[in-house]
Structure formats: C-alpha cells, structure tokens
Ligand binder design. Structure first.
Ligand code: FA5
Length: 340
C-alpha cells in the first residue's frame, strides 16, 4: 500500500505542476482528494489493515494528503498570479482618454454653487471647512455672546436634543469659536453646512437649509474688507460686476452689525421680477466680530479685528437658477433635479 501511495503522490504532483487552469486543477483535486478520490479510497482501505499497519500507513496517507493539499494551493496561486500578469501585459487602458461628457450623473445645484463659492474664496486665500450639524448650546449661542437669557435666542427657533445640552446647529456661526480656538489669529475661513430651525415652511423658508459662513481675523480689518470680499465672490458667481449695499442689522456677535444686499445681476439694478423691482437683492447678515467673541478664545481685540458674515446658500442658488420655491431642494423630484 505504501508503494501505491508513493506512486500516486509522484504522479499527482507531476500532474498538478503542469495544469494551467483553475477549473482543471479543481477537477484533479476532486479526483484525488474528493469523496471518491484515489487518495480517499486508499484511506478507506486502512480500516482493513492490521493495527500495526493502520498506524504507519494511516499516518503516511494523512501526511501525503497534507503535502498534496499544499501542492494544490501552491499551483492555484501560480495560476492566479499568471492570470494577473497576463492581464497586466495584455490589457491596456488609456487613462488619458477623456471621460464621456454625458455620464447621466450630475451634481445637485446646491453642491454646484457651493463649489463655485468655495473656489472663489480659495482664490482669495481662504481655507474651507464644513460645519458640525450637531453642536452644543455653548458653541451655538453662549460663545457668540448670546447667553441663556438673551432675547436673541428667540430669533432662531432651535431643535434641542433632549437631555444632552446639544442642539442641531441653527447657524454656521456656531463654528466661529471652534475655528478661533483651534487656529488662533490670523484667520481666513469659509465654513459651509446644513443648519436647522423649527420654521414654518414656505417658498422662501425651510427647516433644513445650507449656510455659508465667512470669517477673517487679522490686523486692521474693516467693513471695507468685508465689502470687497463679498463683491469679488458675488461677481465671480454671476460672471458680472455686482455692487454691495449695507444697512444696519443686529446680531449679538458682531458690532457693528449689517444686513448686506447686492445689486441685481439680472437687471443691473434697473428693477426686475427677481429683485422685486427694487434693483437690490437682500442677501445676508454680517459685521465686525464683537470684541467679546474675540476675547472668548484669547484673541486681543486691541490687536486684532475681524469680520464675519453668513448667508443662505439655498437663497443664492434660487437667485442663480431662478428657482421659485425653496422646497424643491429637499424634494427628490427627478423632473426638477434633471434640469441641472
Ligand atoms: C444668521 O444665521 C447669522 N448667523 C448670520 C451672520 C453671520 C451674521 C456672521 C453676522 C455675522 P440669519 O438668521 O439672518 O443670520 O440667517 C442668515 C441667512 O440664512 C439669511 O439671510 C437667509 O438667507 C438664510 N436663512 C435664514 N433662515 C432661513 C430659513 N428658514 N430657510 C432658508 N434660509 C434661511
């Protein structure tokens, strides 16, 4: 039996070593190690041997089985590696070929406009950040000069996360102090993200919308820097010069605070449907960062000043694409989405 085993092993190893396909290797493996395979048959015969032979021959067969199994595994690896090498040698993909323009996929208009906004700010040397959607009462209010009893808390009807002291961010301004804490002055940053307010929804108000926050802290920063920055970004977005107008506005974390409008890029200020015949589009809140906010993270307001602004991205996209109703953005309506 030992001689039979030896011959079987020698022949099998030769057969294994010349096989070149995975399928033929599996067939051979079944023919030798399978339920009725030649080695399995030898193993079945062990039960008829004397106790002495059972030990030696049974052991020899098992050791042979281990070597054969290893030989099959090794040959399988050889075959697979050869396949990969063949593909690498024969399949050529020209990665410089231009991608077909019409992939059927496209970006959501909010994403498209955000990318343009970020590009414009990046060219002006700003860093871009994403805002946290869940934040703490401290970052969203207290750190922005809005303590618990401040009436300004009522301006943003807030979703509170029960029992945690956490809130869904009502404004991207909630990131101002996080960035100040981690970077210190000087800072030039844009922060974008989703914010949430318990609003009655209509064509111009959502409970979930996007804001873009801007923040510059450096020596000698004034409202003139704010005006220039916003004019540059808006002119980039609309591809034509726009003017900026400021009116007094109140936000506890800026002083002075302003409401910013820009001249209607569609009628150049002469009055049209989009600007409701006024020639101006109401755009955002802004101002010079309040000294209390700067002090909160150890920035000396006598050495540094800064401006901050925050605008609704949904509103900008609506103006850019003449979208009449903000509710389209959260509605998975393909007829709407396919237009972009
Ligand atoms: C703020 O959120 C301030 N954090 C902005 C700011 C930043 C002021 C830095 C000063 C300095 P306000 O609540 O006005 O301000 O919102 C800013 C913009 O978000 C609005 O001009 C509007 O475009 C958009 N917005 C506000 N509420 C909604 C809403 N419910 N749905 C859609 N857009 C909204």
């Amino acid at each position: 039996m030992l001689a039979k085993l030896q011959t079987l092993e020698q022949n099998s190893l030769v057969q294994i070593s010349v096989l070149t396909s995975e399928a033929s290797l599996i067939d051979l493996r079944n023919a030798i190690l399978g339920k009725n395979g030649s080695l399995t048959e030898l193993l079945k015969g062990v039960k008829d041997l004397s106790d002495e032979d059972k030990k030696t021959i049974g052991k020899a067969i098992n050791e042979c089985k281990i070597r054969m199994t290893a030989a099959f595994e090794a040959q399988l690896a050889v075959i697979k590696n050869r396949l990969i090498a063949d593909r690498l040698a024969n399949e050529f993909e020209d990665v410089t070929t231009p991608v077909s323009e019409d992939t059927g996929n496209h970006l959501h208009p909010i994403t498209r406009t955000l990318m343009k906004v970020e590009d414009s700010f990046k060219r002006m040397g700003f860093d871009c950040y994403e805002s946290n959607e869940v934040t703490t009462e401290y970052w969203n209010f207290d750190s922005l000069n809005i303590p618990k009893t401040h009436p300004a808390r009522d301006m943003q009807d807030t979703f509170w996360l029960e029992g945690t002291g956490n809130v869904l961010a009502t404004q991207t301004s909630s990131m101002q102090n996080i960035i100040m804490k981690s970077k210190g002055a000087p800072i030039k940053a844009i922060i974008s993200g989703r914010v949430f307010r318990n609003e009655d929804i209509d064509a111009t108000h959502e409970n979930t919308f996007y804001q873009v926050e801007g923040m510059v802290i450096d020596r000698d920063i004034t409202l003139a820097n704010l005006k220039y920055t916003l004019r540059t970004m808006l002119s980039d977005i609309f591809g034509r010069e726009v003017s900026i107008r400021m009116r007094p506005g109140y936000f506890p974390f800026v002083e002075p605070g302003v409401e910013v409008d820009f001249s209607c890029p569609f009628c150049s200020g002469t009055g049209c449907k989009i600007c409701k015949k006024s020639g101006w589009i109401e755009f955002m809140g802004a101002g010079l960062i309040h000294p209390n906010v700067l002090r909160e993270w150890g920035i000396d307001p006598d050495e540094y000043t800064g401006f901050a602004f925050g605008f609704g991205l949904n509103r900008l996209v609506m103006i850019e694409y003449s979208i009449p109703d903000m509710r389209y953005f959260q509605n998975p309506n393909l007829a709407f989405l396919k237009q972009f």
